[in-house]
Design a protein around this ligand. Sequence first.
Ligand SMILES: *Cc1c(COP(=O)(O)O)cnc(C)c1O
Length: 341
Amino acid sequence: MHFSRFPRLHWAHLPTALEPMDRLSETLGGPRIWIKRDDCTGMSTGGNKTRKLEFLMAEAKAEGADMVMTQGATQSNHARQTAAFAARLGVKCHILLEDRTGSNDPNYNYNGNVFLDFLHGASAEKRPGGQDMNAEMEAVAEQFRAKGLKVYTIPGGGSNPTGALGYANAAMELVQQANAMDLKIDRLVHATGSAGTQAGLVVGLKAINANIPLLGIGVRAPKEKQEENVFKLAEATAEKLGCPSVVSREDIEANTDYVGDGYGIPTPACLEAIELFAQLEGLLLDPVYSGKGAAGLIDLVKSGAFSGDENIVFLHTGGAAALFGYTDAFSYDKPVEQTAE
Ligand SMILES: *Cc1c(COP(=O)(O)O)cnc(C)c1O
């Protein structure tokens, strides 16, 4: 795969580390679990959107855009990272935020990613949940264009064939790392939402014949719909890369048993996974994506889905900035008053 055929801003901190999680593996008593640190990709605390935005924002620059627009949920990591890329590129950024949870918690509505959107200089508008947000965004973009701005729009999650290139590239990076470490990867697991991460990964893994099964843990859509979304985007991404039909429908697997009450609503198992990673590995997961992904991984390990001699890689897709929008989901005491004499 020849990625330098496509415009790209080399702003990501790559390659991200691939490290064993020994305390977590020992505690769960199953396979050896590794973590691929895509939470450390750089650009406003990092996360999986960095790899996609390298290609998307390079395209915006090549087209001479003076504004980028995107959309996402209130605590969208993608919106925050797009705002950071726009700041560094020196273009305006306008964001539409969809209220998918109906939460009245001021932290959820103004802290975490929302605070960082504004800190990066973006402007934002809210929308009630349940609309066609990409269509809504195009309508707003037309208003800006009528005023003479050259607007580049990015779909939710940066998930189109351009953005997915970032994860086809990540697949190549991961396999190269594993080869150098003599690590045989038996499965790759990650949280899947707008589908670009899984679509890019599956195209990359198949194109280099890595023979690593990929499992997406869903955070929103039911299984059939999620897998269909990933497959469609994988086909379009393969087309763009010049290897059409490299991915077949059976290569796409999503497990959507860990969504709980809905997108952005943390489950008890998700909160438990966040605490386990924090307290056994010193790692920060998030309540919307990586926490649910890890909850799925942990449950599968506990239910014996993997054998003890396997190496499972969990792709950490980032998201910790959202923790500050969800502090009420945890119940920690205040520090005690000074007790020493
Ligand atoms: C966006 C996001 C995901 C999901 O990636 P998609 O490409 O949208 O499927 C996972 N984790 C985090 C932290 C994210 O922000």
